[in-house]
Design a protein around this ligand. Structure first.
Ligand SMILES: Nc1ncnc2c1ncn2[C@@H]1O[C@H](COP(=O)(O)OP(=O)(O)OP(=O)(O)O)[C@@H](O)[C@H]1O
Length: 539
């Protein structure tokens, strides 16, 4: 069992709060956070209106010159590095940022280019650690990411263009009998470097639903979940090991109050949906907290956790009360004008502390079987050795044990081989640089982030489709009788020996037809250099 870790972070006063001459009502000391109610008169002043909460971390980011200032690097050191340790140990991890609109959730999770937040720092450190471990251990790694947003209770893939939710383009959430809730058809991208990861983050962020509200000029109007699926493989002696972990990094939309955000129309509808999932999140957290304190009592059986009441809680089911090591970062404003919202966030964070999760190391099931068989092999071997020393006259028992031993040994060998082949295949996908085949429904989808050509035979009765991956530099296309070797060899009546060449310069591909060669793009004949883009039909 592991309790949810809770951190609270207070940001500096913003320009609006300064214009309103707001007072700072948040004070942090060690792990505690105190809030003081803004006074409205002399009588108020006489009462002690301060409330103090204790958390795992209280991060004070109000004043960059203060010796206790909590920078982005400090948040990563205390929260992010723990996430990575958890993942390398084979557990699932989750961090989610919760707080009022404009309180610093996106700043904490994503940050800015020059002041990176948790997500980019975790990704950078992940690849740094992978390269360190690659040097010293016989280990290999396989990393995939997905990025989604939940907008108006619909799930949208941020890494793949699909019809907008308003046109019925939302993805479906389903439940796997053992792996739990998942998003059907959500794209997963194989990532092999930090720069690869950075491009995907930039791509996803550009697709987020953001708008200006009264509280924040760049307010996130959706909840986002950035997920890293991380697998480690190792053959230690004869024994294979495979551990998988999922890291969910969640940036929630802000809790709204129509009066403070001056919302109307679309923004109001968004606000209602954001509130719906945040209210459900609050109910789930309260129910889980009750569950943790109810021990073995009869009341425990009556506690219902309303995960299914919102898409957000349904997808985060495992991170809340399940198989994950989870951290909540509650972000708050220091200003007196936000007293009510801030107090409500601090109370939410306090309740979240009570949640108990049950993280377990995620091992590949077939490898568990190999381990158990190995243990059985060792046991049978020692029984046979004992029987040889003290011959008890019962040969048939020894023969049976010997046969079982041989059977188990063969099974261990076969399963180990099967796993090694599967793992090697996964690794070769990485080597082929981001080219991956994915089953989708009854079809197969090709994910390729590099420039490529797909060759379709003119004879429609032939079913072979060839993928030509376009390397950086020049790719020559011609016939097999050309004077110099052609990279792509085709055949056909009008094909010249050296027909054309494709020049790939940092992902920009230009077609250069040779003199007299018949080339066409989207049905128009091309005789001069022409830039090709995704989806063009080139003959
Ligand atoms: N710790 C901090 N230090 C400096 N600036 C901060 C900090 N936290 C937030 N800010 C600034 O405050 C503004 C609002 O922050 P941010 O967009 O992260 O809020 P949010 O909670 O994600 O809001 P929303 O829910 O509306 O998306 C941004 O301009 C951000 O740069």
């Amino acid at each position: 069992m592991s309790s949810v870790q809770v951190a609270v972070r207070v940001r500096p006063l913003n320009e609006r709060e300064k214009l309103l001459s707001s007072k700072v009502i948040i004070h942090m000391r060690g792990n505690t956070t105190s809030i003081h109610k803004p006074s409205s008169g002399r009588v108020d002043k006489l009462k002690d209106r301060g409330k103090t909460f204790s958390y795992d971390y209280s991060f004070d980011s109000t004043d960059v010159d203060s010796p206790t200032f909590a920078s982005q690097a400090k948040i990563f050191k205390d929260v992010g590095s723990n996430v990575l340790k958890t993942a390398f140990d084979g557990f699932n991890a989750c961090v989610f940022a919760y707080g009022q609109t404009g309180s610093g959730k996106s700043y904490t999770m994503m940050g800015h280019k020059v002041d990176k937040g948790l997500i980019p720092r975790i990704c950078d450190e992940l690849f740094l650690e992978i390269s360190n471990r690659n040097k010293s251990e016989a280990m290999s790694f396989y990393t995939e990411v997905s990025y989604l947003e939940i907008y108006n209770e619909r799930v949208q893939d941020l890494l793949k263009k699909r019809p907008p939710c308003s046109e019925g383009g939302g993805l479906k959430v389903r439940e796997h009998p053992t792996d739990g809730p998942y998003v059907e058809n959500l794209s997963k991208h194989v990532v092999q470097s930090q720069s690869n990861m950075e491009s995907l983050i930039t791509l996803g962020n550009a697709s987020r639903t953001i708008a200006s509200t009264g509280m924040n000029d760049f307010s996130s109007r959706s909840h986002t979940i950035f997920t890293i699926m991380f697998t480690q493989g190792l053959v230690d002696g004869e024994l294979p090991h495979e551990r998988r972990s999922k890291i969910h990094l969640v940036d929630l939309a802000g809790s709204e109050r129509a009066d403070s955000t001056h919302t109307t129309g679309t923004r109001l509808k968004e606000g209602a949906n954001i509130n719906k999932s945040l209210v459900t999140l609050g109910s789930v957290i309260s129910a889980l907290a009750d569950l943790a304190v109810s021990g073995q009592s009869a009341k425990k059986k009556q506690i219902f956790i309303p995960y299914r009441d919102s898409v957000l809680t349904w997808l985060l089911k495992d991170s809340l009360g399940g198989n994950s090591i989870t951290t909540v970062v509650a972000t708050i404003s220091p200003a007196d004008v936000n007293y009510e919202e801030t107090l409500s966030t601090l109370r939410f964070a306090s309740r979240a502390k009570n949640i108990m999760n049950t993280p377990t190391v995620n091992e590949n099931g077939s490898i568990k079987v190999v381990r158990e068989l190995q243990a059985e092999v060792a046991r049978l071997r020692s029984l046979l050795a004992e029987a040889d020393q003290v011959f008890d006259g019962d040969r048939s028992t020894s023969v049976k044990k010997g046969e079982k031993l041989q059977f188990n040994e063969e099974k261990v060998e076969t399963l180990t081989k099967q796993w090694s082949t599967k793992w090697r295949d996964a690794q070769s996908v990485l080597e082929e640089e981001s080219v991956a085949l994915r089953k989708e429904g009854i079809g197969v989808i090709l994910d390729c982030q590099l420039p490529h050509l797909i060759g379709i035979n003119e004879d429609h009765l032939k079913t072979g489709i060839i993928l030509y991956y376009l390397k950086e530099g020049r790719t020559w296309i011609g016939s097999d009788v050309a004077l110099c070797n052609q990279d792509i060899m085709l055949s056909g009546p009008e094909l010249l020996r050296e027909h054309c060449l494709l020049e790939n310069c940092a992902g920009i591909v230009t077609l250069l037809p040779q003199d007299g060669a018949l080339c066409s793009v989207n049905g128009s004949v091309v005789t001069h250099p022409c830039q090709l883009t995704q989806g063009k039909h080139f003959c």
